[in-house]
Design a binder for this molecule. Structure first.
Ligand SMILES: *Cc1c(COP(=O)(O)O)cnc(C)c1O
Length: 365
């Protein structure tokens, strides 16, 4: 059996005829940029996420940069972000001129809420929780810290489309929240794509200018802006996929439960939180576990045809010495000695999941 980590071509081939129809329809209308398909998708996202404003942007990284700019975060400001995140979260902070302040992740890989407060200084402007792997951070505690110190909360929800905490969507807690539609993300398009959401109308106004050359609704340039619009064609495809996205989430949670039931007996593993009914509603962008003898397990599985990945190619942000980081983050280091992501996507079959489980048992035997 050969199981890729992510079956990129299946993303298209599984529904090829429907996508070709959309392609033909959109392109025949010549509707490429800022057209009705994008507007419709944005409205659908507002409904799905239960937020007041949602804008389709060129990618999730732009979404973070535009959000930070809209909040006026820049030179002289500090933003606290976990080291267990994509370089894009940190890069967005750096690129608006602010200082990246890294914190630890906990045993579960989520932002370690106990490691935030002592990193707050006079210059701290915001906390950036990252809803890694499709699970929302403990927003009650993060909001409490932010309120106590008068800080903004800005959310990197790139991996959390549709994840919830106490019924509220990832990305809907803070001043703004961002989503990525990169192909391998929960809701993936055929290229780069992103979204920014906010419940604040003033912030929304700034975002709408920033993503389109500073142009207002009349087409007048009233501010400095970027070109960062989600392509109308990608929006049409994403809108189509959004209609059945609830079923995708259901399937991901089903796979997570299969992994959990199949692997729970192995005390060499530490598994992600169960898809239960607590405060969190997890959507499993990834199934990231911790494993003893991780490197040997990874190699063993590869020999059996199973591709796994260590997130961020094995490097949390604080380990990028070339970028000037010299932080000592022992919990994050320990996490990265053991973490591994098993295949988790819409292409994987029950038989494949069972095969992966069997092979992991075989390895520890
Ligand atoms: C994917 C991702 C991003 C960046 O999204 P792009 O659309 O690839 O720019 C940012 N943060 C996290 C946590 C991600 O996983």
């Amino acid at each position: 059996m050969k199981i890729p980590f992510f079956p990129y071509s299946e993303l298209y081939l599984n529904n090829k005829d429907e996508y070709l129809k959309i392609f033909d329809d959109v392109c025949s209308r010549g509707a490429y940029i800022l057209q009705k398909d994008l507007e419709d998708f944005e409205v659908a996202c507002q409904k799905f996420l239960n937020v007041k404003h949602a804008f389709g942007l060129a990618n999730g990284t732009d979404a973070l940069i535009i959000g930070l700019k809209a909040m006026g975060i820049g030179e002289g400001d500090e933003v606290i972000v976990p080291s267990h995140t994509y370089i894009a979260s940190a890069a967005s902070i750096h690129l608006v001129g602010a200082k990246v302040v890294l914190c630890e992740c906990g045993n579960d890989g989520m932002m370690d809420v106990d490691d935030i407060e002592h990193r707050i200084t006079e210059s701290t402007k915001a906390i950036m929780p990252v809803h890694i792997n499709g699970r929302v951070c403990n927003m009650d505690r993060i909001n409490m810290i932010a309120n106590k110190h008068n800080l903004l909360v800005v959310e990197d929800a790139a991996q959390g489309f549709g994840a919830k905490y106490k019924g509220i969507s990832a990305g809907a807690f803070g001043s703004f929240g961002t989503i990525s539609f990169y192909p391998a993300k929960l809701l993936g398009c055929f290229g780069d794509g992103g979204l920014i959401m906010t419940n604040d109308s003033e912030v929304a106004e700034k975002i709408s200018l920033l993503r389109d050359h500073g142009r207002n609704a009349n087409g007048d340039v009233v501010a400095w802006g970027l070109n960062s619009r989600l392509d109308n064609l990608q929006a049409a495809i994403l809108h189509h996929k959004l209609k059945t996205y609830d079923m995708d989430i259901k399937r991901r949670r089903e796979i997570a439960l299969m992994y959990e039931e199949g692997l729970a007996a192995l005390n060499q593993l530490s598994l992600p939180v169960s898809p239960g009914n607590g405060d969190n509603f997890d959507v499993y962008q990834n199934y990231e576990l911790r494993a003893k003898s991780r490197d040997e397990l990874k190699k063993f599985l590869l020999d059996k045809g199973i591709s796994t990945i260590i997130q961020w190619a094995g490097t949390p942000v604080h380990q990028f010495k070339e970028l000037g980081f010299d932080d000592v983050l022992v919990k994050t280091d320990a996490f990265f000695n053991e973490c591994l992501m098993l295949p988790m996507n819409m292409g994987i079959t029950d038989d494949q999941v069972r095969y992966i489980i069997d092979q992991i048992h075989e390895f520890y035997r």
